[in-house]
Design a protein around this ligand. Structure first.
Ligand code: IMP
Length: 428
């Protein structure tokens, strides 16, 4: 039995989907605990590629129960489309459960996400336009609609009557747009409720029972710790808490039940959307990382900003989450790089920083201080064990391990199942 949280350790897109799919073969439950359909967890299996937005990435394993936890915000329309795609591929969805406490992303959340972004102009966050921020705002303003409300036709109407009046005032009076129709939304969402009803349950009780029965549970983080609403590069962050501390709240499990926290890093770094990124590359090296690493958003298709591995934010995140171990993904993307750099500190004016500053202005003023490592200039994608890796690749990984003060447990050298080197046994 074990409960393990898997946390993205950069700005998202670290390759958590592949890792969760791989570890799920040895687990009983996979649970999403925060975020929503802004996530895009990619899994390559059996010659097909799957992109998960809300369904936990463990669903491809037939013995795994997959849970969308209370901390997630659920877009029913998107979820049903994702479920339909999976069904067509023969995936059995009877193993999917959705928390009755999870909040619902409503049509006005999508509209407001777009209008608020347009209004921010050059200061836009670059959200993925899935209504995530506005849905979390409503949750904390205590006007959110939860899955349990969605299933109750009258309760849904009563909630909509008061919330929609307020949202329509914003949409029409502040943004000068057309109001949304209560009847249309009600009819549409009652339809979704009928389809989702069999999946909605008390997932907290389900997981607590699993805990008692000594089952193993993987808590699947979405986005990354640098997008965390408290510790990320605020305000250029997502609206949920993406760090390990939130895994228990978002799943409904006691904090002390989580025995292990695994951090997932890419061998370099990427970011989508706005906000400071000290090691961003604007030259051919950045373009090469993007091309070789296929660094285009799973949810939006936007090109990702690419840069060298940043050990300053890397160590900050490792400490914040208390990583027991880490996985480094996409090492093979660096195979053709003659020289590889690691940022070990920042220069800000005449100061040397080893932790990231709190404000985006200071962070944007930070210049990376690099050490250079010779590239290995050979393919690593067939490496099955540590000793198969070129010596220079091992040296690079060991240096990251040293800088982050976190033991390396896994190295991924390609998108496929099996293209992962296991260094330490991560017990699931
Ligand atoms: P939101 O989560 O759509 O509100 O977007 C806020 C910021 O988080 C934007 O910079 C997005 O690009 C970024 N973001 C949200 N979800 C992901 C993700 O799954 N991977 C990478 N970046 C993300």
């Amino acid at each position: 039995m074990s409960v393990m949280a898997i946390v993205g350790a950069q700005w998202g897109d670290e390759g958590k989907g592949k890792l969760i799919d791989e570890l799920a073969s040895r687990t009983d439950y996979v649970v999403r605990y925060q975020g929503g359909a802004n996530a895009g967890h990619r899994v390559v299996a059996g010659g097909s590629e799957f992109a998960f937005h809300l369904v936990p990435a463990g669903i491809l394993h037939e013995n795994v129960t997959c849970v969308i936890g209370n901390g997630v915000v659920v877009d029913p329309r998107g979820l049903l489309a994702e479920m339909e795609d999976l069904r067509k591929l023969g995936v059995d969805l009877r193993r999917l459960c959705i928390s009755e406490r999870a909040h619902v992303v409503m049509p006005y959340h999508f509209v407001l996400d777009r209008l608020e972004e347009e209004c921010r102009g050059v200061e836009k966050i670059g959200t993925v336009m899935r209504g995530i921020g506005p849905a979390y705002v409503d949750k904390y303003s205590r006007v959110g609609i939860r899955m349990a409300d969605l299933l109750d036709v009258d309760q849904l109407r009563a909630k909509l009557v008061s919330v929609l009046a307020q949202k329509n005032r914003m949409i029409t009076q502040i943004y000068g747009q057309q109001p949304l129709s209560l009847e249309e939304i009600h009819t549409e969402y009652v339809g979704y409720a009928q389809q989702l009803r069999p999946y909605v349950t008390d997932t907290e009780a389900l997981l607590q029972k699993a805990l008692k029965e000594r089952k193993s549970i993987l808590l699947e983080g979405a986005q990354g710790a640098l997008l965390d609403v408290d510790f990320g590069t605020y305000p250029f962050v997502t609206s949920s808490s993406t760090v390990a501390g939130n895994a228990s709240t978002g799943a409904g499990l006691p904090p002390r039940s989580i025995q292990q926290v695994l951090g997932v890093y890419k061998a370099y770094i990427t970011r989508v959307g706005s906000g400071p990124m000290p090691t961003e590359l604007f030259n051919g090296e950045g373009a090469a990382l993007r091309e070789v690493g296929h660094e285009f958003g799973t949810t939006t298709g936007r090109p990702r900003r690419c840069g060298w591995f940043d050990a300053v934010v890397g160590r900050f995140v490792a400490r914040l989450n208390g990583f027991d171990s880490m996985a480094i993904m996409k090492l093979d993307v660096l195979d053709g790089m003659p020289t590889i750099k690691i940022c070990t500190s920042y220069r800000m004016g005449d100061k040397r920083l080893t932790t990231p500053p709190a404000t985006p202005t200071e962070m944007a003023a930070c210049e990376p201080v690099y050490e250079e490592w010779p590239g290995w200039m050979t393919s690593t994608s067939n490496a099955a064990i540590w000793d198969d890796l070129p010596e220079k690749a091992r040296a690079y990984l060991q240096r990251i391990e040293e800088l982050l003060e976190t033991p390396l447990a896994m190295v991924s050298v390609g998108p496929g199942r099996g293209q992962t080197i296991h260094l330490r046994d991560v017990e699931v």
